[in-house]
Design a protein around this ligand. Structure first.
Ligand code: ZN
Length: 294
């Protein structure tokens, strides 16, 4: 899907969740937020003008390119969802990007800068209190805080709180904490990915076994088929022989009929001959009688 929305923001980080929500479809926004919370978004490459990313959707991995160009937000996703003006994947990516840049823009936000899309008139140059004097006591507190932080980092534990600092030092503390959270999230993602990979490997193994079993079945079926073919060939031979015998029997039958016909005609002739003999005998008797009586 490719979409183009007019957008006056000059940087992608200016697109905050409420602003995105105000523009996109309600249901798509809900699903995009859900994808974000389920860690399904991977930002491959990003800057303030363009994001390349991938999102694990419900039926596969989709790739997105989102960029700001000539007063428009142009989004492209490899999915085919009809969601307008932007699919849930692109929404999830924009939300993830916003979350991703938060630690960097935090400082800017502490000094209120209008975040509406209309307000981006030039880069947000940090106001004057950015260079406010650092109090020595706060610097010492910060350094003191760093000690347990190093230990916690070594042990992989959560970083200790530090709420007594202000200004830049507080921002630094927040940045360190955010980076640590990111690291934890990455580790969690890595663990999830590893377990997913193990599951996939097990699945592939199962499939391979099934495939092997199926191939063995196919082989068995093929050899059965060969047997059947041989039997069919043997039956065909037998059938040819039976047909030959049947035709021979037919020949004999017609010969028998001919012979029987001949016998019948001979019988008739013999009957006629016998009658002739009888007539001759009667005639002879008639002739002999007058001769003997005189
Ligand atoms: Zn999509």
């Amino acid at each position: 899907m490719r979409n183009k929305i007019p957008c006056s923001a000059e940087r992608l980080s200016l697109l905050d969740p409420p602003m995105i929500q105000g523009v996109v479809d309600r249901n798509a926004f809900h699903l995009g937020s859900q994808y974000l919370s389920e860690n399904r978004v991977r930002i491959v490459e990003a800057n303030e003008a363009q994001i390349s990313s991938a999102v694990i959707g419900n039926s596969g991995l989709y790739e997105q390119t989102i960029r700001l160009k000539d007063g428009h937000l142009v989004s492209r996703c490899s999915c085919s969802l009809p969601e307008e003006p932007m699919c849930r994947h692109c929404i999830a990516v924009l939300l993830e990007y916003h979350r991703w840049v938060q630690p960097r823009t935090k400082k800017a936000r502490q000094n209120p800068v209008p975040m509406s899309s209309e307000a981006s008139n030039g880069n947000t140059v940090p106001p004057s209190n950015f260079t406010a004097d650092l109090k020595l006591s706060e610097v010492m507190a910060f350094i003191e805080w760093l000690n347990p932080v190093m230990k916690a980092l070594e042990k992989g534990e959560r970083l200790p709180e530090q709420s007594h600092l202000s200004g830049d030092l507080a921002a630094w503390v927040q940045t360190i904490r955010t980076l640590d959270e990111r690291r934890r999230e990455s580790e969690e993602i890595q663990l999830t990915l590893e377990s997913e990979q193990r599951e996939r490997e097990a699945y592939v193994e199962r499939m391979t076994q099934q495939l092997q079993a199926s191939m063995a079945e196919v082989k068995a079926a093929q050899s059965q088929l060969q047997h059947l073919q041989q039997e069919v060939a043997a039956y065909q031979d037998m059938f040819v022989k039976v047909a030959e015998i049947a035709s021979e029997v037919g020949g004999y039958d017609s010969q028998m009929k001919t012979i029987a016909g001949e016998l019948i005609s001979k019988g008739t002739q013999l009957d006629k001959l016998a009658n002739s003999f009888r007539e001759v005998a009667v005639a002879l008797k008639t002739i002999a009688k007058p001769g003997s009586t005189p």
